[in-house]
Design a protein around this ligand. Structure first.
Ligand code: WTA
Length: 674
């Protein structure tokens, strides 16, 4: 199963081999939305293919040119076209006679707090919110920040902004007042839409006080937010001084009483739709700008193609938060443009108990399910008994996004959640790409655990060396996108230079977009994303990706999750250090038998066998948790600090900042060290 001789000419070593294959189910293949010919058709006439996809939308004014790429990297798609994004996501479905169809099955975290909203109701709500925002002074072009729990009003607020041509910037509700303040200031938000609080982990968690604090901080920097529109969700006390009559307005006072009639204006295809902040490796967050026509084309097309969407019968659920790009493209814009029925869930997977997600799938008969590897691995850790108690037989396609999915997690997802019959689509994309770029098509491509497979029709990607030469099959390098695509970011808000420098300077000669990820092509030419290039380790001159060693660890039956980092080493330059979370069954056994040391030994042997001596961890630490960002990505930078015995760096973007104390405490007491 291993390649023992990674050559140093390769940008990244190709370590793991995978022989498992899953063919598309026959019925799915027979009725697939796209067939194999689409790849060729798109490659031979890329712009024609995208023009065809743009026809999924309703345009008020047709475009005159598909792509203007005369001033790269600044693209213009569907030049001269005009449309309204909210009209496309809501009104046109009502006009087509589907007003009674449920758009959102809202599920609040408190059990039995549910609400179904039809497309006709959504149209009224969005119109009311658009009228209310207009009364608060919001005009086309003004920025509106949205800082909300996962409730229907969050979706309504986004669509109301889109309807008015006022770019929104959604800030994840778990972010601090500081993070909110810097975003308010960077995009000069005129209005903030928020709630008193939301329900998380069984209790009401406040949001409004953070808005007050952020507003003060922004004001101190010279930016005044004019109005704050507040949804009453929890009814919690806002505290002393928690309401400012000059600024704060209740949603139920101004939205509920507003007219349900609102005529949407058509905006230019390149009119800004939203700014989504994403953290760079250094410095302040980047405001990724997406515009209207190309973005909506990309999100609607990919949602239809990659999930093989049958809007009449499917029930779709994406568990992302609307504070992330996945929530934008695959809860709000793509699915609603396609007129689906979907679940919107407010809370955490384990509230009030660990089977909550599976209960929701069973209750609503969810057919298409989209989540992140971090969630899948946490369910693996708990064991299959919990999902096994529910009827998940309605599921027909499972999606994964956000991180590489280890082959073992992929197989577990397919077997345990998908009953061994559902294709898993491992979808690679970024905030910057706006929509899915690399993924299997479930009715066309076979599945291979751990591989995102090939670019979808219309997208052109490659894996190249530092110099920009294709690495070819069986080798690793840098992932690039070699042709522009409609949902591509247009710039970094207010910083064109940083936009050019960050994404387009590495391969400026070729005019390629550099994604910042490492990847490899296996012997079949299928693509494996190997993680951020900043995380690559250099062991005795071999460039090793964290992902493959982590996947090898996760393929051991005792392991649920693993994070690997390179730590300085006198002999090898860097050495592999692994942090491992055990499955609950294995962890209790290790505790009972005092066999922690044996597990560490067996894991080292396992990696050696799966990959080869070069990847054998110098050190393996058994830990209770891993440091993750709020969107579930492992923060390896902090683990490097631990592995190199440094003071742990900035932990402010961690979902749970106490995790690092737990890990450091375990390490310094020597527990789990090899
Ligand atoms: C990683 C999330 C491997 C990758 C949509 C990318 C993935 C970053 C995958 C973007 C995947 C996302 N396989 N890695 N299927 N999907 N990534 O901006 O490193 O939050 O560059 O967008 O997540 O994260 P972002």
């Amino acid at each position: 199963m291993s390649d023992q001789s990674p050559t140093t000419e390769q940008t990244l070593s190709n370590l793991l081999k995978e022989d498992r294959r899953f063919e598309p189910p026959a019925e799915l293949a027979a009725n697939a939305n796209l067939t194999a010919e689409a790849y060729e058709r798109a490659a031979s006439d890329r712009e024609g293919f995208w023009a065809e996809q743009a026809q999924r939308l309703t345009w008020t004014e047709p475009w005159t040119q598909v792509l203007d790429w005369s001033d790269p990297p600044f693209a213009k798609w569907f030049v001269g076209g005009k449309l309204n994004a909210a009209y496309n996501c809501v009104d046109r479905h009502v006009e087509a006679g589907r007003g009674d169809k449920v758009a959102l099955h809202f599920v609040g975290e408190p059990v039995d707090d549910t609400r179904d909203i039809t497309y006709a109701e959504l149209q009224s709500l969005v119109s009311q919110a658009a009228n209310a925002l207009t009364d608060l002074g919001v005009d086309a072009g003004d920025r509106v920040a949205i800082y909300m729990p996962m409730i229907p009003e969050a979706v309504v607020a986004m669509l109301a902004c889109a309807r008015l041509g006022a770019p929104h910037t959604v800030v994840f509700g778990g972010f601090s007042a500081d993070a909110l303040a810097s975003r308010l200031e960077d995009c000069q938000a005129k209005v903030v839409v928020t709630a008193d609080g939301g329900y998380r982990r069984g209790s009401a968690s406040a949001l409004k006080p953070a808005v007050d604090e952020a507003r003060e901080k922004a004001a101190a920097q010279g930016h005044d937010v004019e109005k704050v529109l507040v949804v009453r969700r929890t009814g919690q006390d806002l505290g002393e001084g928690g309401w400012d009559d000059a600024v704060d307005v209740w949603w139920h006072d101004v939205v509920d009483s507003a007219s349900t009639e609102h005529t949407p204006e058509a905006f230019d295809a390149e009119h800004p739709l939203y700014v989504m902040y994403t953290s760079g490796t250094t410095g302040k967050p980047k405001g990724i700008l997406h515009t209207t026509g190309g973005y909506l084309t990309g999100s609607a097309y990919t949602h239809w193609a990659v999930f093989d969407l049958k809007p009449e019968t499917d029930v779709y659920w994406c568990t992302a938060d609307i504070g992330w790009v996945t929530g934008h493209s695959y809860i709000v814009y793509g699915p609603l443009a396609n007129g689906v029925t979907q679940v919107l869930y407010e809370g955490t997977p384990d509230s009030p108990e660990r089977g909550r997600w599976w209960d929701i799938i069973e209750k609503y008969g969810v057919t298409l399910f989209y989540t992140a590897p971090t969630a899948i691995r946490s369910f693996m850790k708990q064991g299959r008994e919990i999902p096994d108690q529910r009827d998940l037989s309605t599921l027909r396609i499972l999606g994964s996004v956000g991180e590489p999915i280890n082959p073992e997690a992929y197989v577990w997802y397919r077997e345990v959640i998908g009953g061994g019959k559902t294709p898993v689509v491992d979808t690679w994309w970024q905030t910057e790409t706006g929509s899915i770029m690399i993924s299997p098509l479930p009715g066309v491509t076979h599945g291979k655990p751990g591989s995102a497979m090939i670019p979808i029709p219309g997208v052109s990607a490659d894996v190249v060396t530092e110099e920009g030469v294709s690495v070819g099959n069986g080798a690793g390098g840098y992932l690039v996108l070699t042709e522009p695509w409609p949902s591509m970011l247009r710039t970094i808000w207010g910083d064109d230079e940083r936009f050019k420098e960050t994404y387009w300077s590495k391969y400026s000669e070729q005019g390629w977009y550099f994604a910042g990820d490492g990847a490899k092509l296996d012997d079949d030419g299928d693509l494996w994303v190997l993680g951020r290039v900043d995380d690559v380790m250099n062991v005795s001159g071999h460039r090793l990706s964290t992902t493959e060693i982590e996947s090898a660890l996760v393929s051991h039956p005792a392991v649920a999750e693993a994070a690997v980092v390179g730590a300085k080493d006198e002999d090898t330059g860097q050495a592999v250090c692994a942090f491992v979370i055990l499955r609950e069954s294995a962890a209790s056994q290790a505790d009972d038998d005092g066999e922690g040391d044996d597990i560490v030994k067996s894991l080292r042997l396992h990696v050696r066998k799966e990959i080869g001596p070069i990847a054998t961890p110098r050190q393996i630490m058994i830990v209770p948790e891993l440091p993750k960002t709020r969107s579930g990505k492992i923060m390896r930078r902090l683990l490097r600090d631990v592995a190199e015995h440094r003071e742990v760096g900035d932990v402010t973007t961690l979902a749970d900042s106490s995790v690092m104390e737990l890990i450091s405490a375990g390490v310094s007491s020597g527990k789990g060290e090899d």
